[in-house]
Design a protein around this ligand. Structure first.
Ligand code: SAM
Length: 284
């Protein structure tokens, strides 16, 4: 296929004044679920691509960056992560990474839209390889309400793997939601949430950090990592600990991890938590 024959999927990012395109072979799926429009494309060079409401969610080629960084830093910063909740994460990539940790006994995945998971099973089977693990449990309900109803001090790690803060995910970026997370976490509990691009979205990251602090979290830190298919190619996740996070890092366990990763290791862990100059200044 020459470039002229090919079709392109383009996501425009208004706030960044930029766009990202992938050369596509064919559209594999297109549906309007009860909550959102879900599309899947076969691309020329990035494998399958999932798009929700026009925004790139993931590709087969580079999702390992995001999914590993959403999972392993938080899990290695909890002394004994046994019970983990994923809010969102319907594509099951984060679930797969969490289940690599043998000490995790139970993972509850709470995504509002069952269709995302069913479509992932069909078009991203490599992300769903652990869905039948007896430690995994699926709830297809609103994560905000689920957290509101959850028992006090019942969870070790909460991972918010959501869409951008619009539509059903808007309430996942609020102090009220973080207060529920704080209550539901045990005393060494850790929350991590995808927090958009450090280059484009300081107006989301900064208020998110402040809201987490107001909700009671004593230590808030941002992780930086590349994500080529998201706006600006540079992404972040924000960690919030009920207690200091750095001293809780099980560094030797991260060095000796008995499972494979493609990006995460103990050195990446330290590097990803190192804030760039502009970032520190913007928080002042
Ligand atoms: N990595 C992706 C990104 O940052 O673009 C996120 C992927 S994952 C597919 C996002 C999921 O969040 C979707 O499956 C969507 O259904 C889910 N979601 C959005 N709002 C939600 C809510 N209030 N409760 C639970 N899940 C929600």
């Amino acid at each position: 296929m020459t470039e002229n024959d090919s079709q392109w999927f383009t996501e425009r990012c208004r706030e960044g004044g930029s766009a990202f395109s992938l050369m596509i072979r064919e559209k594999l799926h297109d549906e309007q679920s009860e909550y959102q429009r879900i599309e899947v494309y076969a691309t020329e060079t990035f494998g399958n691509l999932m798009v929700i409401d026009g925004f790139v969610m993931l590709t087969a080629r580079d999702n390992f960056l995001y999914h590993e960084m959403m999972s392993h830093p938080a899990l290695f910063m909890h002394p004994a992560p046994r019970k983990v909740v994923i809010i969102g994460g319907g594509d099951c990539g984060t679930l797969r990474e969490i289940l690599k940790h043998e000490e995790v006994a139970h993972v509850l995945q709470v995504d509002i839209d069952e269709r995302v998971t069913r479509i992932a099973e069909q078009h991203f089977p490599e992300l769903c390889v652990s869905n039948d693990d007896p430690r995994a449990e699926f709830f297809f309900v609103d994560g905000i309400q689920w957290m509101h109803d959850a028992s006090d001090a019942s969870i070790d790690v909460i991972i918010v793997d959501s869409t951008d803060p619009i539509g059903p995910a808007e309430g996942l970026f609020t102090e009220a939601f973080y207060r529920d997370c704080y209550r539901v976490l045990g005393e060494r509990g850790v929350l991590v949430q995808q927090s958009e691009s450090p280059l484009y979205h300081m107006y989301i990251i900064n208020p998110m950090r402040k809201a987490m602090q107001r909700a009671g979290f004593s230590d808030v830190q941002t992780l930086f990592f590349p994500q080529p298919v998201y706006p600006s190619g540079w992404w972040s996740a924000t960690l919030a600990g009920k207690q200091a996070l750095a001293p809780a890092f099980r560094e030797q366990a991260a060095k000796d991890k008995p499972f494979p990763t493609e990006y995460y290791n103990a050195d990446i862990h330290h590097a990803a938590l190192t804030a760039p100059e502009f970032f520190t200044k913007a928080l002042e």
